[in-house]
Write a protein that binds this ligand. Structure first.
Ligand code: BYC
Length: 474
């Protein structure tokens, strides 16, 4: 296993000390990053000690160490998974050749665009979550929020390292720009839609970490297959951190549901008004938030039919998640079927080449993965003897990117008119009353072990500590 130089100004396992020019460039970027963290990162918690996990190695067994750290002192660093000697390209037109340690000139701009897009999402999510610390439902949740935030900051470092190390002056300029665009900024927004959505409540945070971080998982898995080895190694290590973010989402949503079920049984009611009066989030409202964040995240995979995606696959830039499990790694003359609007208010099947359909293939894998949590939550609801089932909407519902962009459908994916959609949308997506109700629940709880009334406690604490551990010293 390669050792991490933790003493360096920028902790790393890439022998940064041996490349003075690169080291200087990154040390020049570091204060800009810290300024950004100060201005755009979690507000008002600067000096507080948080029980954080920090990377100290990159091997699978115990890479992390836990301890109290004020967030600005977190050791953001550059960690690549260990090099796999003799690694070969696993898909596309260069299949079987040695992987690349440098970016081939002809693919440079595509790689740069994708790395910048990936890099842009990381600080964007920190910006979106900036104010959530003020309304955390417990110290445990507050700590998890901050853990997610510092790791997204580190993921930005991961992409900035690639830009600096492999893209020369353009890369350095892009790295600066990553700190200039801001989530929701009218003039300089973040690149992808979801990362400009406001997030002023914890239900949205849990939905985001469940659905949007899971897009991150699938995009990173695609990059982990890349022929550009430093990108593959960087993203493989990022995936180990990403798992905790999705855990926060899955258990967060699960705890919201569990608390609602308790109160439904106590009061023997499923009446929305009564449940809201009792201070819990009724299940139909949870479903609406799910509909919103899931569909927003579906857009992040790009168009169903995309020549960009076909080229990225052909050229070895971006594979499919877990490429090895697919039978054919070339997909030269193969086809797949997608469902598209027929232009007359209905839908039709269309055959496209598998390469052109790569975004859709990845999106469908993602949907399967999203459903795992729903199955678990639905089992809990059934066990509680309550008649309610969560369902993910169709991939045709509420899309802003791809074949279904701007086409109105029901959550089941049946095309309808704009007027029908308008009349029903309040039943399907959070309306103003739902949002202000959820917002009204957001009151800060800071006593160790105590939870806000709308969420159940977690089953266990972090790193074998009890739930009532002092996860943040306020
Ligand atoms: N919003 O050919 P198409 C994460 C653009 S999340 C706005 O279909 P392509 C994280 C597209 O850029 C993972 N624009 O696109 C999670 C293209 O523009 P240009 C983030 C969009 O290239 C939580 C045009 O539409 N990582 O890590 O096949 C917290 C044509 O589209 C959107 C990545 O996304 C959109 N939703 O695929 C923290 C991986 N979708 O170039 C972090 C890097 C598409 O024609 N990105 N467009 O001007 C990619 O691999 C690809 O850019 C995409 C799109 C999958 C996003």
């Amino acid at each position: 296993m390669s050792n991490i130089d933790l003493q360096a100004l920028i902790p790393n396992n890439v022998h940064l000390g041996e490349n003075r020019q690169l080291q200087r460039a990154l040390e020049h970027w570091q204060p800009a990053f810290l300024n950004w963290w100060e201005e755009m990162g979690p507000s008002d918690f600067k000096a507080k000690e948080v029980y954080l996990r920090t990377a100290v190695g990159v091997d699978a067994s115990g890479w992390a160490s836990y301890g109290y750290t004020p967030m600005p002192d977190y050791r953001w660093g550059i960690f690549l998974a260990d090099k796999e000697e003799g690694r070969k390209i696993g898909f596309g037109d260069h299949m079987g050749q040695d992987v690349w340690q440098e970016v081939p000139g002809e693919y440079r701009s595509t790689f740069r665009r994708l790395i910048v897009t990936q890099g842009d999402t990381e600080p964007a999510s920190v910006e979106q979550q900036r104010l959530l610390g003020h309304t955390a439902p417990s110290l445990y949740d507050l700590r998890n929020l901050f853990q997610v935030n510092v790791e997204e900051g580190r993921h930005l470092w991961a992409m900035v390292y690639l830009l600096h190390a492999h893209f020369g002056r353009d890369g350095r300029e892009e790295a600066e720009e990553l700190l200039m665009r801001h989530s929701g900024d009218a003039d300089k927004p973040r690149i992808l839609g979801t990362f400009n959505e406001p997030m002023d409540n914890w239900l949205s945070f849990f939905m985001f970490t469940y659905f949007t971080d899971r897009d991150g998982k699938f995009q990173l898995k695609s990059f982990a297959e890349s022929a550009f080895d430093p990108l593959a190694r960087t993203t493989r290590f990022m995936l180990t951190e990403e798992a905790h973010h999705m855990f926060v989402g899955e258990t967060g949503i699960g705890r919201v549901i569990r608390r609602t079920l308790e109160v439904m049984k106590e009061l023997d009611t499923s009446d929305t008004a009564m449940l809201r009066k009792a201070g819990v989030i009724d299940l139909p409202t949870v479903q609406k938030f799910m509909n919103f964040w899931f569909t927003s995240s579906l857009d992040l995979f790009g168009s169903e039919s995309s020549s960009n995606a076909a080229n990225a696959f052909a050229n070895g830039i971006k594979g499919r998640p877990d490429e090895a499990k697919f039978a054919d790694h070339l997909e030269l003359d193969t086809e797949m079927t997608i469902c598209v609007p027929d232009g007359m208010g209905g839908m039709k099947n269309e055959s496209i080449s598998t390469r052109v359909g790569m975004n859709e293939t990845t999106r469908l894998e993602y949907v399967k993965d999203c459903n795992v949590g729903l199955t678990r939550w639905n089992m809990g609801i059934k066990r509680a003897g309550i008649d309610f089932v969560f369902e993910l909407p169709s991939t045709r519902f509420r899309r802003s990117v791809g074949s279904w962009a701007g086409v109105h459908t029901t959550p089941q994916g049946t095309p309808i008119t704009a007027a029908e959609f308008e009349a029903k949308k309040d039943n399907w997506l959070p309306n103003d009353a739902d949002k202000s109700f959820v917002h009204s629940l957001m009151q800060r709880v800071t006593e160790p072990g105590k939870m806000a009334g709308w969420i159940a406690p977690p089953d266990r604490g972090i790193n074998a500590n009890p739930v009532d551990y002092q996860y943040v010293k306020l």
